[in-house]
Design a protein around this ligand. Sequence first.
Ligand code: T6T
Length: 316
Amino acid sequence: IGVLTAAALVAAPAAACSDKGSGSGGKTRITLVQGMAGEEFYETMACGARRQAAAMGVELKVQGPQKFDPTLQTPIVNSVVASRPDAMLVAPTDTKALIAPLTQAKAAGIKTVLVDTVVDDPGIGVSRISTDNVKGGATAASALAARIGDRGKVLVISTDPGVSTVDARIKGFEQEIRARHPKVAYVGVRYSHNDVSEAGRIVNAALARDPDLAGVFATNLNSATGAGSALQQAGRLGKVKMVGFDAGPAQVRQLQDGVVQALVAQLPGEIGARGVQQAVAAVRGRTVTPSIPTDATVVTKENLARPEIQKILYRT
Ligand code: T6T
C-alpha cells in the first residue's frame, strides 16, 4: 500500500474544486450517482470526475441521495436511466438492492461504470474501480495491532452489511488478526447505519461491556467520526487506540488530537477520474479495463505534513 500516481489522469489536488460543471457542449453525456451527496469521499470523487470530464470535453452531471441508503438511491438511478445519458458512474449503496435498477440501465444501453462499491451481479458494470478494500482492512489490522502492543480486545464499527467496500474491509481486518495476531481478541463488528451518533453509542456500550477494550477499527468516515468523539468524551484517549478508514477533515483533526492513531486514506478523486475515462472509452467503443484497483495509504501524525500525504486528504 503506497501512493499511486497516474500520469494519464488530470491532477485533482486538495485545493478547492472550482469547476462545478463541465458544460453541456460535449456530445457524450455522463452522470455520476454518488453513494451520498455532500460527503467528503464522494465530493472528492465528484471533483476528480469533473476535472477529467472537462479535460475530455464530455458533459458530467452529479447526483446523490442525502443518506447512504438504497431506498433513496434507487429512485435517483431510475430517474437518471429515464434521462438516457450515454454512461453512468454509480457507487451502489447495496450489493443486492441496486441490481434491478442497474439491470434496467444496462437494458437501456447505458454504459455503467461502478465506482467504489459494487453489486453482486458480475454482469453489471463495464468497469469497476475501487480501492483494494480487503487489503486495506488488513492494513488497518496491522496498524491497530502495532499500536496496542499486539494484544487485547479489538472492536470493528461498520455501516451496514451488504455494502461491498466496508464488508471487504471487515473481511481483511478479521483475516489479518486471525492469521498474524494470536493475542489480539476480535470482539466482533457492530453496525452504525452510517450514523455518527450511533457509532458513538456503540463505542460507549463497548466500553461499558469491555472496560479493557484495547482498540477500535472504524471502517469509514462517519463510523470514525462518531467512534473518535465517544472515545474523546469518555476520557479514554491513549488508553483505547483507534484506526479509521478514510481521511476527511474530521479524521485529520482526530489524528492531530491523538484520538486516532492511523487512517487508511483512499484516492476518491482518482476513482472518479478513472471512472470518466472508462465510461468515455465504453461509449466510444474503445478498450475498457474491467477492473481497476486504486491505492490506499496509511496516514499518521508523523507523515501528515508530507506533501504527498497532504495531496490525498479529502476535500470538503
Ligand atoms: O469509505 C467511503 C467509501 O469507500 C464507502 O464505500 C462508504 O463510505 C465512505 O464513503 C466514507 O464514508
